[in-house]
Design a binder for this molecule. Structure first.
Ligand code: HEC
Length: 404
């Protein structure tokens, strides 16, 4: 009966759309009550795009959470969609099964992660899902993956989730061989726990890590642990924190004088771009390249030296509220500093210079907005004079130059 089956299909489609529009909104408002309805819709949805939309909505709403009770009917849906021809559908189903505590999904994901022949994108997705699920025995495999360039950055970031004493030496040993972006990930992870911070500062003191390679925002994170010995070592080897307005004024004048006097060499904008990439680019976009923690500064008043120095040397003079630093401590002693991108009843999303992290409220020990800008003070402090000159020349320029 083609006629009937067609009208049945149309009716089902209409129901589907109704069901889709209503609960998706409530999933985003993170109510677990919507999950069974979505699973019901998934049971009858045959269109891959519809399936994807629903699965994405569910994954988005459950981000940062784990051990959530599986909604009624999930196992049947997971079995059905596990056979989908659409790779993304399969991936999301697995990811959600993991959130619902499925042991077989965990085993499958681990297999994918460690399979050198699996596509990189799939391995990266598995890595992220396993870290999010807090797979307890992941630290060792992650350290093994540091050997693979395609997964190294994600593995470096993922290791921050595990308080494991073998991690700092494994990372520090690699430090000299890492690319600039990997180095940031490595240092970000080492600054993320007090137990990792000690070996990091020891490496700084021993000269295995150059002060100019340790970003100012991470120095601030290290000082946040309020350990007298760490702070003393940072004062000595990186530079003392300058807080008072008088200091800032003196600093402005000092840099102005430095920039006014002719250097031994002419400024090199290409080298300035490299300094920008290392010191500012993790947070700011300039000419379409860079991070999104701070504002895009392409259209700012950067040709004006006073504007630049004022903003670089005294970032806390005036701070738009959205850019104040949030400090989050997890119950397992990880510290995260960044700007708040989203928060709701079940989870918060913090954007750091390295990544965007969604943490379930149940995992949070402390969450506080500080009075300080996410832009750290002391950015120029550890830079040699020629690097400061090149950076400022690059910032005052009108167009992009090739990187040196
Ligand atoms: C850890 C992140 C971070 C780093 C690193 C960083 N900034 Fe910022 N920056 C911010 C944030 C957040 C703001 C906005 C809040 C404020 O003004 O303090 C900002 C503001 C600014 C502004 C003012 C923008 C405006 O809209 O007027 C300038 C200019 C600037 N930064 C330049 C730099 C330069 C140059 C560097 C490198 C030497 C740098 N920043 C490094 C996060 C960062």
């Amino acid at each position: 009966m083609p006629k009937l089956s067609q009208s049945a299909r149309v009716k089902r489609l209409c129901l589907l759309f109704l069901a889709l529009c209503l609960p998706l909104a409530s999933v985003r408002a993170q109510s677990d009550d919507a999950l069974p309805i979505l699973v019901q819709v998934l049971q009858s949805a045959d269109d891959a795009q519809v399936q994807l939309d629903i699965l994405k909505g569910m994954a988005d709403g459950l981000k940062g959470r784990r051990g959530v009770k599986a909604p009624v009917g999930w196992d049947a849906v997971a079995t059905k969609l596990g056979q989908s021809g659409n790779a993304q559908v399969k991936e999301l189903v697995q990811q959600l099964s993991l959130v619902f505590g499925s042991a077989s999904a965990l085993a499958d994901m681990r297999k994918q992660l460690l399979d050198p022949k699996a596509p990189t994108a799939q391995r990266l997705a598995a890595l992220e899902a396993l870290v999010a699920a807090k797979d307890a025995s992941l630290a060792e495999p992650l350290r093994q993956l540091l050997k693979e360039p395609a997964l190294r950055g994600a593995a470096l970031r993922g290791l921050a989730a595990y308080d494991d004493a073998k991690t700092p030496p494994a990372i520090l040993e690699l430090l000299a061989t890492l690319t600039a972006a990997e180095k940031r990930d490595a240092l970000g992870t080492l600054a993320s726990r007090l137990s990792f911070a000690r070996p990091l500062v020891t490496a700084l003191v021993a000269g295995k890590l150059a002060a100019k390679d340790l970003p100012a925002d991470l120095v601030r994170q290290l000082r946040n642990y309020q350990q007298a010995d760490l702070n003393a070592a940072l004062d000595k080897h990186w530079g003392a924190a300058r807080e008072s307005t008088a200091d800032k004024k003196a600093e402005m004048e000092r840099y102005k004088a430095l920039l006014a006097k002719a250097g031994a060499q002419k400024e090199d904008l290409g080298k300035g771009r490299a300094v920008f990439a290392k010191t500012c680019g993790q947070c700011h976009q300039l000419y379409g390249v860079g991070g999104k923690v701070g504002p895009d500064i392409t259209g700012s008043n950067r040709a004006d030296l006073d504007y630049l120095l004022h903003n670089i040397l005294d970032p806390n003079a005036e701070i738009p509220n959205d850019y104040r630093t949030w400090n989050l401590d997890t119950k397992d002693d990880r510290s995260i500093s960044g700007i708040m991108a989203r928060q709701d009843a079940t989870a918060v999303t913090i954007v750091t210079p390295n990544e965007s992290l969604t943490i379930a409220r149940t995992d949070i020990a402390k969450l506080k907005q500080s009075e300080l800008s996410m832009m750290p003070e002391g950015l120029l402090q550890a830079l040699p004079e020629d690097e400061v000159r090149n950076l400022i020349a690059y910032l005052r320029g009108k167009e992009q130059v090739p990187l040196k």
